[in-house]
Design a protein around this ligand. Structure first.
Ligand code: COA
Length: 331
């Protein structure tokens, strides 16, 4: 049976480190509040003039190097982001251009924190059907430039970071490895609980000064609602993935949840009855990098040897929409 398998991974974060103390220069917050509520110690922010496709290029080149491939070997790009370089076209085409290639299809996925899992579902399906053989899947975000760096924006400004993570996927007929399954879900009843309202086509014109004044162009989040759903939906997606493959939690080496908040990650571990060391967390270093968080955490775990050939890894995400899902991979 033809399956998709990860061939390599890559990641990139901007050099500029923003510690919690630095944030408290601009807004009424504290290292203690941020650490206690989120587990975040620092995050990386771009210096400006940099878009999500720039970070994606760095992560993609690292993944290409690790795989011993050239950009010209790719036959498809899937890019997940909530922070595209421009409103349209998608950042995938800018990434394609920056990698110096042309003609191959570029798809942007707009499923925020679940974007990487949604993108993986598409990549996996395309490879299984034989449509493409070398897919570059990237989750990439430049969120810092959209945050409000005053006390008014502190509820979200302290949480989000910039970064990119990449995976190259190809076909395998080795029955023991590869992407075993990807399950994705959405419930649009909760769309306004984590969203950015403007600009948008329901306004005429799409963007006016009043929207900025009213704060509609900044992320809005009902933090507690998001929290409540995240700690239920991610464990349920993990269990669904295992059941679909006739596996149990005992078979799993690592769960990599979307890095939204250390307390959410601990809640996922608790709900699944897994020891915390089996549920990977790196949020202290990068904050919430939305579509990039899972591939960055995955890359780090592969690089430091926690994930090795034969490891059973479950990726799971939850975010705006609400959208969520899980993917089970035998490395
Ligand atoms: N620094 C200091 N105080 C802050 C603050 C900050 N950065 N942000 C908010 N506060 C204040 C609030 O104004 C509130 O003050 P009040 O009680 O005087 O009104 C107080 O802290 C508590 O706010 P609350 O929102 O109730 O805190 P919380 O315990 O729910 O924690 C989150 C807030 C955002 C950390 C938490 O809800 C969460 O993690 N939610 C999920 C967020 C997430 O993961 N989003 C991305 C999903 S993909």
């Amino acid at each position: 049976m033809l399956r998709s398998e990860p061939i390599s991974t890559g990641f990139y974060v901007p050099e500029r480190v923003i510690g919690n103390e630095e944030l408290s220069q601009w807004m009424d917050t504290s290292d203690e509040w941020i650490r206690q509520r989120s587990g975040i110690v620092e995050r990386r922010w771009v210096d400006g003039g940099v878009g999500s496709s720039d970070l994606a290029k760095e992560a993609a080149e690292q993944a290409l190097n690790r795989a011993g491939l050239q950009a010209s070997d790719l036959d498809c790009i899937i890019l997940a982001t909530l922070s595209p370089d421009v409103y349209f076209p998608g950042s995938g085409v800018f990434l394609q251009r920056k990698l110096g290639i042309k003609n191959i299809p570029c798809l942007d996925v707009r499923n925020q924190c679940s974007g990487f899992i949604y993108g993986l579902s598409i990549a996996d399906a395309w490879i299984r059907t034989g449509q493409y053989k070398r897919i570059l899947l990237v989750g990439t975000e430049v969120q810092s430039t959209g945050l409000v760096l005053t006390s008014d924006g502190r509820d979200t400004a302290v949480l989000f970071g910039d970064g990119a993570g990449a995976m190259i996927l190809g076909p395998t007929e080795d029955g023991d490895r590869g992407v075993l399954s990807v399950n994705i879900h959405a419930d649009g009843r909760h769309a306004e609980k984590l969203w950015m309202e403007a600009p948008g086509s329901r306004y005429k014109p799409w963007l006016v000064a009043e929207q900025i004044e009213k704060g509609l162009t900044r992320p809005y989040m009902e933090g507690r609602e998001v929290f409540k759903h995240a700690v239920v939906k991610m464990p349920s997606a993990v269990k669904e993935a295992l059941e679909a493959n006739g596996l149990t939690l005992e078979d799993v080496d690592y769960v990599i949840p979307h890095q939204a908040n250390a307390r959410i990650t601990q809640g996922v571990a608790k709900s699944l009855g897994l020891p915390e060391e089996k549920v990977i967390s790196n949020i202290h270093k990068y904050g919430n990098t939305t579509a990039a968080s899972i591939p960055i955490a995955l890359h780090e775990a592969v690089e430091d040897g926690r994930i090795k050939r034969g490891s059973l890894v479950c990726l799971t995400a939850f975010g705006s929409g609400f959208t969520w899902g899980a993917a089970l991979i035998r490395w």
